[in-house]
Design a protein around this ligand. Sequence first.
Ligand SMILES: [Zn+2]
Length: 285
Amino acid sequence: MSLTNRENPSYPKFIVGIEPPAGRTEKALWFIFRGRDILFKVRKNPSAIPKLVDFGELGLPVVREQYLGMLEGTHCYSVELPADTKAPEGMEFVDLRKAHSEISEGCFELVNKAVQVVEWDRTNQFCSRCGTKTVQKPGERGKECPSCGELFYPRISPAIIVLIRKGHEVLLARSPNFPPAVYSLIAGFVEPGETAETAVAREVWEEVGLKVRNITYFGTQAWPFPNSLMIGFTAEYDSGDIRPDGFEIEDAKWFSVEDLPALPGKISISRKLIDHFLKEEGLEV
Ligand SMILES: [Zn+2]
């Protein structure tokens, strides 16, 4: 993830490609989706992602196929399946929200990319301005309306997430959508015309009624729920009493490192921010 890159920038292992290679002779990685479920191999040796010369080997119906690019010399494709597709022998559909616990962080990054390309293709078949069928724009991950010229690129929605410290305590909050007992950080989408830092101050004020200061950039993470670029910050408590909005946040409290609730999964930027705080507090993570 980009957080790793921030600390240790390296040559990208994945090269984005638009035009698929002519002919298929070598095995490629196939990211296959049925809605927000991904098709994984049941026995993983070594990858959960099916490796096939051609998708047709699985004998499944296909709605659309996209070429993604190359991962260290291996071509990658994504495929959209009809909603009623059954998993073939030796494979299973896994909900995207659970998929990251079964694969590596690098692999999840590609799954994230693949599902967003599938959704961009699926939701931009027609021009939203005039209704004409769109066409692929040559050499770009974009579609063009042949009638009015409108362009459609994959949508990426910036969202902020912030770890707020108060001395040796951290503010953790619960959304009603979280798994039972899990607490995480304050997060929200950036509004049109707003800077990320302003969004931090506004979200914290709206969701828990606090004022913060020293808003400091931490790192970013692409997150496919649904198409976010999470922009991580740290901040210090300035003033106010915790007042959960009761809508997006049902509970929020200050926690010390001795007294932490259930936390989000290791792969998420929220957990990376929390682990960063724990390290600062002298804990091994
Ligand atoms: Zn149009």
